[in-house]
Write a protein that binds this ligand. Structure first.
Ligand code: ADP
Ligand code: MG
Length: 309
């Protein structure tokens, strides 16, 4: 029996969300926000947190600095039940931080990477990483020190008998290097959003991107925000409509979708059921500011999931 349902390798930091700012932000002026949310951020941590609260045993390999922000991250993530025994503290380093400024339906995202750029392959306890049924990595481009060996990590995960998934998220450099396409052979489920799918496949529309990517991975799932999701397995396409939700903020929707989808996937569910549950948990996520707030509120979470299942 593996120790974990899902093993996650990735970054851990807080998000600071200043909502209700004026529509135009000018230099040298003081702008007042109507609301402030300080919450668990980072794709990997949001994914792990929400997956644990859906009822999974989750192992988390990551790094924080030797600062107070890192401690707050650990407290928050720990509340979900994620195993934190392999989160390293790098002495004298700063934990990363993201400042989010929502503007109507879009948002400014400003990140100081801190320790997310520092964790290396050698920092991982591989026996721990692979003692799971499934391996997931998100924010490929933010794992700067790990990136040269991420292909190896996926290859070894497959060799150890795990199924694997990848959500690259955005490339801040917008370069979408070829190294990514080369290791897709070790990825079972690829989970980009529409824009990311087009960028990594170098195609102009999501259908062409899905066709290109599905030649490289067994299952491609492309997230389309409030439009739901499309997936492709071999030559077969699947569409799943979104769940209705009163959307407050879409931070972490993609990671929450991944959590719901993989919750079903690791239990051997069919693709339609995985997609429907991903849409449900993605929709839950947008009902509160930040990526984990809707999941942390147990009665809200249970009510939302039960009433729409
Ligand atoms: N306004 C919304 N209403 C309902 N579901 C949503 C909404 N926005 C996002 N979702 C759900 O969350 C998923 C991921 O959102 P998306 O914004 O595409 O991902 P990412 O956060 O990675 O960019 C969508 O596929 C959908 O299931
Ligand atoms: Mg995403």
């Amino acid at each position: 029996m593996p120790t974990f349902d899902v093993s996650v390798v990735g970054e851990l930091n807080l998000d600071l969300i200043l909502s209700g700012l004026p529509p135009t932000i000018e230099l040298d002026r003081e702008h007042l926000a109507k609301d402030l949310t300080i919450t668990l951020g980072s794709s990997s941590a949001i994914f792990a947190h929400n997956l644990a609260l859906l009822g999974n045993r989750v192992g988390f390999s990551s790094a924080i600095g030797s600062d107070r922000l890192g401690e707050i991250c650990l407290e928050r993530l720990g509340e979900s039940g994620v195993d934190l025994s392999r989160v390293r503290r790098f002495a004298g380093k700063l934990t990363g931080l993201t400042v989010i400024l929502p503007q109507q339906t879009k948002r400014y995202i400003l990140t100081y990477p801190g320790t997310m750029f520092e964790m290396k392959f050698e920092d991982l306890d591989l026996e721990y990483v692979f003692s799971a049924k499934h391996f997931h990595l998100s924010s490929y481009f933010l794992q700067r020190a790990l990136r040269p060996r991420i292909a190896e990590l996926f290859r070894e995960a497959k060799r150890a008998g795990l199924t694997t998934s990848l959500d690259t998220n955005d490339d801040p450099d917008d370069a979408w290097g070829e190294d990514l396409l080369q290791f897709l052979q070790y990825v079972d489920v690829l989970l980009p959003n529409e824009q990311e799918a087009c960028r990594m496949a170098r195609k102009n529309n999501p259908d062409e991107a899905a066709e290109f990517l599905s030649a490289k991975v067994p299952l491609v799932v492309i997230k389309r925000g409030a439009k739901g999701v499309v997936a492709r397995r071999g030559g077969k396409a699947f569409h799943a409509m979104p769940q209705k939700a009163e959307a407050v903020d879409s931070v972490g929707a993609g990671d929450s979708f991944d959590a719901g989808f993989l919750h079903k996937f690791v239990r051997g569910a069919g693709i339609e059921e995985c997609l429907a549950y991903g849409n449900l948990t993605g929709a839950l996520s947008v009902t509160r500011a930040g990526g984990t707030e809707a999941f942390r509120d147990a009665s809200h979470r249970q009510h939302f999931l039960a009433n729409r299942a």
